[in-house]
Design a protein around this ligand. Structure first.
Ligand code: 13P
Length: 342
């Protein structure tokens, strides 16, 4: 493992105010997002959409890296450049989702374990050759009656840790993502507790597998009430609970926490990140930034609708969200900025 390469890549990805653009929807998930706007889920549409997003003028001021799906990393753009080269030409570091999805966990009704370790060493070597310098693996943790179970937390933490160790061996920075899902009617305290248990199991496993903490990025979910909870939480409450949970459970050696949006509205995801950075005022040992998929892409997808004539307006929509989230990563977001979309 080359620790200094990993640390340098992680530092670069976490450059002040910059975050990550998650573009790594599997083909079926991409199909669901496209279907909302009547867009056909063809290979060319997936390529054109993703190429349009990462080539947004000025995007590299706000976004340091983008996470791709296997198919995209292997593609060439319409003008014949390998996708990763085109991204690098725009100043965006290519990343790759390497898990193969969350499957039902045997003996644990209602819970999932993420798969993808078989053959991962070989795939990582290939991804590195194709230009990927960081990777992502997402575990999903469900809150429910008696859930999450310890068996689910340990199985997912072990897989995340083994994935992270393999990435570091290949000089690829692992993003470790244990997502506590927003589904359900639980209150914010349940979410805090489940997130705490998840992070404890995760960091135990990362230590066991000798993962170099300074060479990874944690992709965390925020501490929020379930989306069907009777009582939702205010921006300050979410920010304070999330920070408290991170302080109690994330070692200082970790260089950054890049949040997922998880189904929050675009503006909420931005406001929560901003509130954390304001509350903390740069005191935390880790950078606090974004790694959003839906909360960055949604307005751009809605504007594009599969029509090349809409590229400029779609790119402006992405640039606007990215700019707002950069401000939030610096604790300088003003909701009035929402009116400034070009
Ligand atoms: P969302 O921001 O849409 O939750 O997606 C982030 C992600 O990469 C999920 O793995």
């Amino acid at each position: 493992m080359n620790r200094s390469v990993l640390e340098e890549t992680a530092r670069h990805l976490l450059d002040a105010g910059k975050g990550l653009l998650a573009l790594d929807e599997s083909t079926p998930t991409c199909g669901k997002r496209f279907a909302d706007y009547g867009i056909d889920n063809t290979e060319n549409n997936r390529r054109d959409y993703r190429a349009m997003l990462v080539s947004t003028p000025g995007l590299a001021e706000y976004v340091s890296g983008a996470i791709l799906y296997d198919e995209t990393l292997r593609m060439t753009t319409a003008d014949g450049r390998p996708f990763a080269r085109m991204m690098a030409d725009h100043g965006i570091t290519p990343g790759i989702k390497v898990d193969t999805g969350a499957k039902d966990l045997a003996g644990h009704p209602g819970e999932k374990v993420t798969e993808g370790l078989d053959g991962l060493r070989e795939r990582l070597g290939e991804y590195h050759q194709l230009g990927a310098r960081f990777a992502k693996w997402r575990a999903v943790i469900t809150i429910g009656d008696g859930l999450p179970s310890r068996g689910c937390l340990v199985a997912n933490a072990q897989a995340l840790a083994r994935y992270a160790a393999l990435c570091q061996e290949a000089e690829i920075v692992p993003i470790v993502e244990p997502e506590v899902l927003l589904d359900g009617a639980h209150d914010i305290d349940r979410c805090y507790h489940a997130t705490e248990q998840t992070l404890r199991c995760l960091f135990d496993a990362l230590h066991d597998q000798r993962v170099h903490l300074a060479g990874l990025i944690l992709k965390a979910s925020m501490v929020l009430p379930g989306q069907h909870a009777g009582q939702q939480a205010g921006v300050h409450e979410v920010a304070a609970a999330t920070l408290r949970c991170l302080y109690a459970n994330v070692p200082a050696a970790v260089p950054g926490v890049a949040f997922l949006s998880g189904g929050q509205s675009n503006e909420d995801a931005t406001a929560h990140l901003d509130a954390m950075n304001r509350l903390d005022a740069g005191q935390a040992p880790w950078k606090l930034t974004f790694s959003y998929a839906r909360a960055l892409q949604q307005p751009a997808l809605a504007a594009w609708r599969g029509d090349a004539a809409n590229v400029n307006v779609a790119q402006s929509a992405l640039a606007h969200r990215a700019r707002c989230n950069r401000a939030a990563a610096l604790g300088q977001y003003d909701p009035e900025d929402e009116k400034k979309v070009a």
